[in-house]
Design a protein around this ligand. Structure first.
Ligand code: GTP
Ligand code: MG
Length: 204
C-alpha cells in the first residue's frame, strides 16, 4: 500500500472523545520506549508525525492519525513506565483499557516487543488479558537492526516457547526495524487486507 497522506487528527485521554468510528483503526501498544511512535513514523514515511524520544514515557495520550483519508493509526502511551506516580500509572492503564475494549472500529492491536529481550511478564500478562477480552492482536518485534539474524532467530524461538505455555497457537508475528525500514511493507499489506473487511454498519 502506498501512503499518500498521513495527518495528525486529535489527542485524547477519553476514548469517548476519539474520532467517529467510521474508518478502520489500528493501534500500537507495548512497553515504554519499545518503539511505537518510531514505527508509526516509519510506516507513514515521515520523521516526526508521532513524537518519539530516547526517554521512556513520551507518548501520554491516545493519538489519532488519519492515513490516506481512509483509516486510522493510533499511537498509545507505553505500559510499565516506572518513573511516574502509581496514581498516574493507574490512570494510563484505565484510559488505555477503556479505549481498547470500547473502540468498535479497532481492527487489530499491534503489540510491540523489543526483539533484544526475552519474554517479559508484563507483556505476557498483557497479551493474556487481550486474549480474555477478545481483542485481536499481532506481535511486532522491534529494533531488529540491533541484533544479528542468528540472534533474532534464537530470541524468536525462545519467545514462541514461552508463548506456547499459555496459548494453543501463536498470533501473527512481524519482525521490524524502524531504523532500517524492515517489516514496513508487511505491516502495510496486513492493514490493506484488513481494511477490506471493515464493516462500518457494525460500528453504528
Ligand atoms: P513511549 O512513547 O515513551 O512509550 O515510547 P515509544 O514506544 O513510542 O518509543 P519511541 O518510538 O519514542 O522510541 C524510543 C527510542 O527507541 C528512541 O530513541 C528511538 O530512536 C529508538 N528506536 C525506535 N525504534 C527503533 C529501531 O527500529 N531501531 C533502533 N536502533 N532504535 C529504535
Ligand atoms: Mg511513543
Amino acid at each position: 500500500m502506498k501512503i499518500k497522506t498521513a495527518e495528525f487528527v486529535v489527542s485524547n485521554t477519553d476514548y469517548k472523545l476519539c474520532p467517529k468510528e467510521t474508518l478502520p483503526e489500528y493501534a500500537f501498544i507495548g512497553r515504554s520506549n519499545v518503539g511505537k511512535s518510531s514505527l508509526i513514523n516509519a510506516l507513514v514515511n515521515q520523521k516526526n508525525l508521532a513524537k518519539t524520544s530516547g526517554k521512556p514515557g513520551k507518548t501520554q495520550l491516545i493519538n489519532h492519525f488519519k492515513i490516506n483519508n481512509n483509516w486510522f493509526l493510533v499511537d498509545l502511551p507505553g505500559y510499565g513506565y516506572a518513573a511516574i506516580s502509581k496514581t498516574k500509572r493507574e490512570e494510563f492503564k484505565s484510559m488505555i483499557h477503556k479505549y481498547l475494549i470500547n473502540r468498535k472500529n479497532l481492527m487489530c492491536l499491534f503489540i510491540l516487543l523489543d526483539i533484544r529481550h526475552k519474554a517479559q511478564t508484563i507483556d505476557l500478562e498483557f497479551m493474556q488479558k487481550m486474549g480474555k477480552e477478545g481483542i485481536p492482536f499481532v506481535m511486532v518485534f522491534t529494533k531488529a537492526d540491533k541484533l544479528s539474524q542468528t540472534q533474532i532467530g534464537k530470541n524468536l524461538k525462545n519467545y514462541k516457547i514461552e508463548m506456547l505455555k499459555n496459548w494453543e497457537s501463536i498470533p501473527e508475528i512481524f519482525i521490524t526495524s524502524s531504523e532500517k525500514k524492515r517489516g514496513i511493507e508487511d505491516i502495510l499489506n496486513f492493514i490493506k487486507i484488513h481494511n477490506k473487511s471493515f464493516d462500518p454498519t457494525f460500528c453504528q
